[in-house]
Design a protein around this ligand. Structure first.
Ligand SMILES: Cc1ncc(COP(=O)(O)O)c(C=O)c1O
Length: 400
């Protein structure tokens, strides 16, 4: 008898139902593959929303984590530990920035970016106290805190969580004129995802990000790029911004930075920006802990080799050409970059959820978003044959 149905029921029994997971119960994983409690294998085409860019249990990362677990796991930032300096130096170098501020989750990195931008606005730009604004894009996803959902345009994420934090203006994503209109002398930052992941892997029009950069320069406003999902190899570059020839003032990083092992996030910026924070003004008990730093330093080294960015570029072409061939055969649109794709399924055929359930039955795990869209983001260790396999399974699902 299969163990899955009872395990799914059990998993839902004593938890808030803030997720609607696919009915698969995973018990082990390696590389791009996971195995469920009944021994069935699935190709993981979600990769923990890009937190598993290097695959499940990457050998170097696992060995590093084991070694660190045997030596030192937590000190708090009240003391210095011996994994901290390397992590900050190497991540700063990868980002081309002077400083790094480590946190844990993506939402915390976003909150940190918001706080730093506001303080910079008051102390450096000279914005009158309490007047700072930050301009964001509609369709954004930056996390789940009360402040962050205050400027979400997704009703599910926002409704009934007020009162909302003021100080944000929302403009259409990709619309430079609207952005220019929204920025005024009290604006301290423009906060954007260079590619909107949760929205369905939405790539902005050409020239948008360079235009944002130019506007921010002209108006003395910080450009904060939320690369928490788009960064660290996913799009075929270390940062998605790079592909548009743009360097933001502030990078927000998370997900893959923890190597799929520990939550690690970070804000990277120059001293003129991050230097506004003084002792006691911001922090986190677990941020920058030894285990996190040890693993994340190895993540930075994996990225410094360029191997994963190359794989994402090359295999991404294969993925996208396979998917494009399905337009008109059940798909109405395909977007994305590198090993990252948003697919719009013909809603007359089936919902995104239904497609994901059928893919699961065929041994491929993916996740729907916004009704009829599916996101594909396999680990960057996936092979060409595995990509062909995923595309073939999708074709079979669409063919009914
Ligand atoms: C672009 C972006 N920013 C922030 C977050 C929030 O990260 P976390 O779930 O680790 O708080 C996410 C998560 O999906 C994201 O995609």
């Amino acid at each position: 008898m299969l163990r899955t149905p009872a395990a799914v029921r059990d998993a839902g029994r004593h938890t808030a139902h803030n997720y609607h997971p696919l009915p698969v119960v995973i018990s082990s994983a390696e590389g791009a593959w996971v195995t469920d409690v009944d021994g069935r294998r699935y190709l993981d085409c979600l990769a923990g929303y890009s937190a598993l860019n290097f695959g499940h249990r990457h050998p170097t990362l696992i060995a590093t984590a084991h070694a660190q677990l045997d030596r030192l796991t937590l000190t708090s930032r009240a003391f210095v530990h011996d994994q901290f300096a390397d992590f900050c130096r190497e991540l700063a170098a990868l980002c081309g920035k002077e400083l790094v501020l480590p946190m844990n989750t993506g939402a915390e990195a976003v909150e940190t970016g918001i706080k730093v931008a506001r303080k910079w606005g008051y102390q450096v730009k000279g914005v009158p106290a309490g007047q700072a604004t930050i301009v964001v894009a509609d369709g954004n996803f930056h996390g789940r805190t009360t402040t962050i959902v205050s400027f979400s345009t997704d009703a599910d994420a926002r409704a009934d969580f007020g009162p909302y934090t003021p100080g944000f203006r929302v403009v259409p994503y990709g619309d430079l004129a609207a952005l220019a209109e929204a920025v005024d002398e009290h604006t301290v930052a423009v906060l954007l995802e260079p590619v909107q992941g949760e929205q369905g892997v939405v790539v902005p029009p050409e020239g948008y990000l360079p235009g944002v950069r130019q506007l921010c320069d002209e108006r003395n406003v910080l450009f904060i790029a939320d690369e928490i999902q788009s960064g660290l190899g996913r799009t075929g570059a270390t940062f998605a911004c790079e592909q548009d020839g743009v360097v933001p003032d502030v990078y927000l990083l998370g997900k893959a930075l923890g190597g799929g092992i520990v939550p690690v996030s970070a804000v990277a910026a120059d001293a003129a920006v991050l230097g506004v924070l003084k002792p006691g003004q911001h922090g986190s008990t677990f941020g920058g802990n030894p285990l996190a730093c040890a693993v994340a330093t190895e993540v930075v080294r994996l990225l410094a080799s360029g191997e994963f960015q190359r794989r994402s570029t090359e295999l991404g072409e294969r993925l996208h050409s396979g998917l494009r061939a399905l337009i008109g055969k059940g798909l109405v649109a395909v977007r994305g970059r590198g090993l990252w794709a948003g697919l719009d399924i013909d809603p007359a055929l089936m919902s995104g959820r239904e497609a994901c359930e059928r893919l699961m039955e065929r041994g491929v795990l993916a996740k729907d978003t916004h009704g009829s869209t599916i996101r594909l983001a396999p680990p960057l260790v996936v092979t060409p044959e595995e990509i062909d396999h995923a595309v073939a399974q999708l074709a079979a699902v669409l063919a009914g």
